[in-house]
Design a protein. Structure first.
Length: 525
């Protein structure tokens, strides 16, 4: 109680942000239909639940590190709604991220009020909001990377005495933060492989902050590099433990699906990738809002803490550059971790504006700055408010960028109609046996259907993927299903190549804006 009375304003601000976060993130958490990757991850978690010895490291076979999948397992036991159980993990991760951004702002020299602004931005800005409401790995990886950056900043703040570098006195101060940064970098690598791009960035964070705070000193930079190297090495050591499994080599098998090899990039592929950079800028304008991007640009010319803003923007670009140059397929979520630095920088620039208002500058300048602040805040809140509202109440109208509209709303990867399909299958199975052939072998079909059927009575149900496009029902499925009373085909309309009578169409669930429909066909005799 004494602490509360002494720090009442801080406690009230934190509780207010937490309450706003929980209301906006928990309400209608499953209104967006399951996304393909979510169904895959939950399905893997369910396989681990059923046969842990066999499937604990199964994600390695698809080029994924397993930590996020492991974290999904206990939640599947706690909640009956499998999708809610998965997404609640990202909600918890996001709450941690809110505090992580506040901490980073303080480490970069921001005031408490600025930290609260950054926490509010992390609560409401669409880029953060999206990734804290879907069960994807990117949010968790970004949290671990944020904490690793914070650990490196704490290492860089420690006094560096070259003569006593490995003395007990120095180790006692340094080792906690070396371990802190290393463990969280390792957790990032165990969550998603692109975390490896932060290995050089952690060095850049430490070097840049040391130079800003204490000036260029080669000897200090050298010894700081050793400490950061210990953290990075610890992270890689945690990652290398996966090599004990024979599927470790498969981790790198999917890279060519998303990235051009470096040789091809240098050989001219960069001409194909560089033209997409304007699209990437549009992602950040849409999801972080235009004011946040403008604040980052203004920070480059800010008379106060200019070097800090240069460093933060440079760190964001250092992460983005290899993805932009080598990216064969780049979705907005691949660029998401750069939001760490862009959000922190924007909050710090906002602080500079606010401090200007407290100065003794002439009234006209102060009025102009005040107007800019009001317009920026109004735009951020309006764009974020519309995004949050539509995400909860008009999900099919959510203002995703075009690439995400295709993924989450329009294409086979969108789970529109999956819940209704499962309910139909279960109602049929109460009176008869039902065999279900689905388009695809993994992903939204059949994994999302199997995800919702897990740990339920499936005595009368058989589900199997038959690939795509669907031109025929394979013999092996028909043989396996010959004794089932009802035979169904679940397929997306644009991948249906069979010529069936219209009366064979049992149900159809269409995606928004005339996108393909999920169809259920009767394929029995």
């Amino acid at each position: 109680m004494r602490y509360f009375s002494k720090h009442k304003e801080i406690v009230v601000a934190i509780l207010g942000i937490v309450a706003l976060y929980l209301v906006t993130h928990l309400f209608k958490l499953t209104v967006l239909p399951v996304f393909a990757d979510e169904s895959i991850y939950v399905r893997w978690a369910q396989l681990i639940m059923d046969e842990p010895a066999r499937y604990a490291l199964f994600p390695l076979n698809d080029g994924k590190t397993p930590l996020f999948i492991w974290a999904l397992v206990p939640l599947q036991y706690l909640f009956s709604d499998q999708l809610f159980a998965a997404r609640i993990l990202s909600v918890v991760v996001g709450l941690g991220q809110v505090f992580a951004i506040g901490w980073l702002i303080r480490l970069f020299g921001g005031k408490k009020q600025t930290a609260f602004l950054g926490m509010l931005m992390t609560t409401l800005l669409p880029y953060w909001y999206v990734h804290h409401r879907v069960a994807l790995m990117d949010g968790a990886m970004t949290l671990w990377l944020s904490l690793a950056v914070g650990g490196v900043l704490k290492i860089a703040e420690q006094k560096i005495n070259a003569k006593k570098l490995f003395s007990f006195e120095n180790l006692k101060k340094d080792w906690p933060w070396i371990l802190f940064a290393g463990v969280f970098f390792g957790l990032a690598l165990l969550t998603k492989l692109p975390g490896i791009l932060f290995a050089p960035i952690l060095f850049l964070v430490g070097w840049g902050w040391l130079i800003i705070k204490k000036g260029f000193d080669f000897e200090k930079l050298f010894y700081l590099s050793i400490k950061i190297g210990m953290s990075v090495g610890l992270g890689f050591l945690m990652f290398i433990t996966l090599k004990l499994h024979p599927a470790f080599g498969q981790l790198f098998s999917r890279g060519s699906d998303f990235l051009f090899p470096l040789g091809e990039v240098l050989g001219g592929a960069w001409r194909e990738t560089i033209i997409s950079v304007p699209n990437y800028l549009k992602y950040f304008i849409a999801y972080l809002t235009l004011p946040v991007i403008l604040l980052n640009v203004i920070g480059l010319f800010s008379p106060k803490n200019k070097k800090t803003h240069h460093l933060l923007l440079f760190l964001a670009l250092a992460f983005l550059a290899p993805i932009m140059l080598m990216g064969r397929v780049v979705y907005p979520r691949y660029l998401f971790p750069a939001s760490i630095f862009l959000t922190v920088s924007a909050a710090l620039v906002f602080e500079n504006f606010y401090l200007f208002l407290d100065s003794k500058k002439n009234l006209l300048k102060k009025t102009l700055v005040q107007l800019i602040l009001i317009l920026f805040l109004a735009n951020m809140l309006a764009v974020s408010g519309v995004f949050v509202y539509q995400s909860m109440f008009e999900v099919d109208k959510t203002p995703f960028v075009p690439a995400d509209k295709v993924q989450y709303l329009y294409e086979w990867s969108s789970g529109h109609g999956i819940v209704e399909t499962v309910e139909l299958i279960q109602s049929m199975a109460q009176k008869q046996t039902v065999a279900v052939a689905t388009e695809g072998f993994f992903g939204t079909l059949p994994d999302a259907i199997l995800m919702y059927l897990h740990d339920r009575d499936v005595t009368n149900i058989y589900v199997a993927g038959i690939g795509q496009p669907v031109a025929e029902i394979p013999e092996d499925f028909l043989e396996r299903a010959q004794n089932f009373e009802r035979k169904l085909l679940v397929v997306n309309s644009h991948r249906m190549r069979m010529d069936l009578a219209p009366e064979k169409l049992i149900a159809e669930f269409c995606r928004p804006d005339n996108a393909p429909c999920l169809q259920i066909w009767d394929v029995g005799d």
